[in-house]
Design a binder for this molecule. Structure first.
Ligand code: PMP
Length: 346
């Protein structure tokens, strides 16, 4: 009897549309135009829906690319354990691709992770370790340092290091950027993205700048409390974006020369935008999408008529029902939801 493994790579004769695994669902995400939020603005806003990746976020792209690149170079051996520090999405991407490529996955998180994401990580079979949220950049108990230690202590482990791994921006340079260029037939004029590791904006922004001979303007969106904008560090209440750390500790893969500007969006507007996206556009997206889309609205407001503003929506809202869509959590996080556009707190 033949095993499942022997069948896996073979396309089925006569039904070529059948994919051989969930990894083939990664990338080629749709662009959808916003109708309601930018009404009357000179620029159009096209949202790239990264929640359509199988693990639900843009991070599936880098998980696949980091694993393939490390396997090809011999850095990641067959069956080796993958260790990563992640606020959730990279962990989910790694757990998904790790499962399909035979690698156990250990995720170190700082506690600022939604209950839903934790459940998804466990469902994909990842092991979770909680680091100290308070620990600063030089503290051995911060998530990155703890991940380094766990990798060193685990036999046959590989540290994927999304903050330093060139395969992170390269995944976006070779997939997200070309997709946007193709999907807009080269008419994109502005590109907006939040900055976590900086992989999305560095890889996609660089590709679009090069493809357009510098015509595409690249805009970073930053939450309050993040130092990417050059402001003071403080509490960040938007998952997956911003850094509390000084410039000397910014991720190695983030190239600050790629964004032409970085806009700060206040927390109330982030969450109001998330609610409006669901209520008016029927797009259930995560907080970092609200951040980037609010920045895109500002860009489209100031842009020349006919501008085409492409914005990344890194993940969906389903993983934040207990946070972004929960007034009680918002008020604990210091965000006043009274009078939000969807009327939910009336
Ligand atoms: N939004 C969410 C929800 C994320 O998890 C991340 C990644 N940390 C980002 C945005 C930012 O993407 P990048 O790391 O590529 O800058």
């Amino acid at each position: 009897m033949t095993s499942i493994a022997e069948h896996a790579p073979v396309s089925l004769p006569g039904i070529p549309d059948v994919l051989s695994s969930a990894t083939e669902l990664i990338g080629n995400t749709p662009l959808v135009e916003l109708r309601s939020l930018p009404r009357g603005l000179p620029g159009r806003i096209l949202v790239k829906l990264e929640n359509r990746n199988p693990g639900g976020s843009a991070k599936d792209r880098i998980a696949l690319h980091m694993i393939r690149t490390a396997e090809a170079s011999g850095e990641l051996l067959p069956g080796a354990t993958i260790v990563e520090s992640s606020s959730g999405n990279t962990g989910i991407g790694l757990a998904l691709v790790g499962r399909l490529t035979g690698h156990p996955v250990i995720i170190i998180h700082s506690g600022f992770i939604s209950a839903e994401k934790k459940a998804v990580l466990l469902a994909y079979g990842a092991e979770l370790v909680e680091a100290d949220w308070e620990a600063g950049p030089d503290d051995p108990n911060n998530a990155r340092a703890l991940a380094d230690r766990i990798a060193a202590q685990t036999p046959n482990a590989w540290r994927s290091s999304q903050y330093e791994n060139a395969a992170n921006p390269h995944a976006h340079y070779t997939t997200t950027g070309p997709e946007i260029w193709r999907q807009t037939a080269g008419t994109v004029t502005h590109f907006v993205a939040g900055i976590g590791t900086g992989g999305t904006i560095t890889g996609t922004g660089r590709f679009l700048s090069e493809a357009s001979d510098g015509r595409v303007r690249v805009i970073g969106a930053d939450p309050v409390g993040s130092t990417y904008s050059g402001k003071e560090s403080g509490t960040i209440v938007v998952d997956g974006v911003g850094t509390r750390w000084p410039r000397s500790n910014w991720p190695g893969i983030f190239d600050p020369a790629v964004p032409d500007e970085i806009r700060v969006i206040d927390d109330r507007r982030v969450y109001d935008t998330v609610r409006r996206l669901a209520a008016e556009e029927a797009l259930l997206l995560g907080p970092s999408s609200g951040l980037a889309i609010a920045a895109a609205i500002d860009v489209a407001t100031a842009a020349e008529p006919g501008s085409v503003v492409v914005v990344i929506a890194p993940d969906g809202g389903g993983n934040y029902l207990t946070k972004a869509f929960n007034d009680e959590w918002l008020s604990l996080a210091g965000v006043n939801a009274d009078g939000f556009a969807d009327g939910s707190s009336d």
